[in-house]
Design a protein around this ligand. Structure first.
Ligand code: SF4
Length: 459
């Protein structure tokens, strides 16, 4: 039996980094002679690319793995593997909890997975765990893009050197490792050759990026991407508020392709809780960034991450978060109820003694969601009746001939049009808004809306 004739299905959980790793792995698998199964049921091998940030995500993946393993009873040679963050910190537990599991591979072992699958067939071995490599092999991301796409997510680093008390990432992805500058630019060039218009630079703390050799920093990288002519828009995710330099703030002013849309993970509006979280920033720093950006572009979109119900979060602390949330008027936010994680700085006794009841967490979560709905609706209302330049990303799940794309403020816009428009810019007149989306109609021309696009050739 030739292992490379096998069809591999990858199920991805969690963040954009996992999505990008899955995409890179698909290319590596095809290069190694495997085939990719696009839907469940067609596969000989299934890989679960897991996320450990929240307990619920782990339980979901474990449940799925358990159900998939049952297929082994009826499908001879069916293989199940676990990759991603859970594979990094739950090695022993996984083999015990999931008898029959064939292999596990932590994030740094991405490039070794094709060989691991091959071994599982050739040697008929099971319960194989790849020893964690010392470093991440960034060349995994330097590949021919499998298909054209409007937006490319380009990893610039792996891991994190911070020690935020609630976060498991440094234990699953390891210390921060920066991708070489030229490797990033090589991927950018590759992406634009396939028609990509927008580049999103991706990392745990992008604004601490520096080239391992030349020491060029994150702003140098933004400038280099700006200089790639075929790139029309640039975004990045996620920065850490503590490492926002004035040089980076000014980049929003002088880099015409850098979109005025910033994801700023605040986590709490209480300086006391931020200190407990070991976050290294204060509320004052958040305000400084927000005000500077809004001076550059009064409409700048600012989104955030918030944790409610952190151990010991008093009503007073929470009200400080409410005030910050309301005053800044975030137009998008990921609001999380605190989820205790193993191997983090919050000690188990602290979690149980100072833990916030689920009901309180739920109420706080709902309170912020209500404010968010008001703020995002208000934010979106300013686009009503306006014409916006939209980069079309794909088909919308709204019936036939419905497309979606984004404006420079990262707002999703839905409108009618043929599929042939995907990956081009169109002018769209906005005629309907909700808290989460804008809707509109394609028109001939928006006129001079934004120098970043209007000064360059449009797709
Ligand atoms: S900065 Fe903090 S929250 Fe973000 S990945 Fe690093 S440790 Fe986790």
């Amino acid at each position: 039996m030739d292992p490379v004739k096998k069809k591999v299905l990858i199920k991805t959980y969690g963040c954009q980094m996992n999505e990008r790793d899955t995409e890179a792995l698909k290319v590596l698998l095809v290069e190694a002679g495997f085939m990719i199964a696009e839907k469940e049921g067609d596969e000989d091998v299934v890989l679960l690319n897991t996320c450990s940030v929240r307990e619920a995500a782990e339980l979901k993946a474990l449940g799925k793995a358990g159900r998939l393993l049952k297929k082994k009873k009826t499908h001879a040679n069916y293989k199940v593997g676990v990759m991603g963050c859970m594979a990094a910190h739950k090695k022993e537990v996984l083999f015990k909890k999931l008898p029959g599991l064939d292999f596990i591979a932590p994030p740094k072992a991405l490039h070794l997975i094709p060989e691991l699958i091959r071994q599982s067939y050739v040697g008929n071995a099971n319960q194989m765990a790849v020893p964690e490599p010392a470093s991440f092999n960034f060349s995994c991301y330097e590949h021919t893009y499998p298909k054209p796409k409007a937006v490319a997510w380009i990893p610039i680093q792996q891991g994190c050197n911070m020690a935020c008390s609630y976060c498991i990432v440094p234990r699953t992805r390891g210390e921060q490792q920066n991708r070489p500058f030229n490797s990033i630019l090589k991927e950018v060039q590759e992406a634009v050759q396939w028609g990509t218009k927008e580049i999103i630079l991706l990392g745990q703390i992008v604004n601490t990026y520096h080239d391992p050799d030349s020491k060029k920093n994150f702003v140098d990288l933004l400038e280099a991407v700006q200089n790639v002519e075929a790139v029309k828009r640039i975004r990045f995710i996620s920065p850490h508020p503590a490492f926002f330099s004035s040089q980076l703030m000014q980049a929003f002013k002088h880099l015409s392709k850098l979109c005025p849309a910033l994801h700023l993970p605040v986590q709490s509006g209480s300086d006391r809780i931020l200190k407990e979280m070991r976050r290294a920033h204060t509320k004052a720093k958040i305000w400084e960034i927000v005000e500077t950006l809004r001076t550059i572009d009064a409409r700048a979109s600012i989104s955030t991450d918030i944790i409610v119900g952190y151990p010991g979060e008093s009503e007073e602390d929470f009200q400080e978060t409410v005030a910050l949330f309301r005053d800044i008027k975030f137009d998008m936010a990921y609001i999380f109820k605190y989820s205790p994680r193993p191997l983090t700085w919050v000690a188990p006794q602290e979690q149980s003694l100072m833990g916030i009841p689920e009901k309180v967490k739920e109420d706080r979560n709902q309170c912020l969601l209500n404010i968010l709905t008001q703020c995002s609706t208000e934010y979106n209302r300013q686009f009503m009746g306006e014409c916006q330049e939209i980069l079309i990303e794909g088909k919308a799940h709204r019936g036939e001939h419905q497309l979606f794309g984004k404006n420079i403020y990262n707002k999703k816009v839905i409108f009618a049009g043929p599929e042939s428009w995907i990956n081009t810019f169109k002018s769209v007149q906005i005629n309907k808004i909700t808290a989460s989306t804008l809707e509109g109609k394609v028109v001939e021309d928006c006129g001079a809306l934004w120098d970043g696009i209007n000064n360059s050739e449009q797709g």
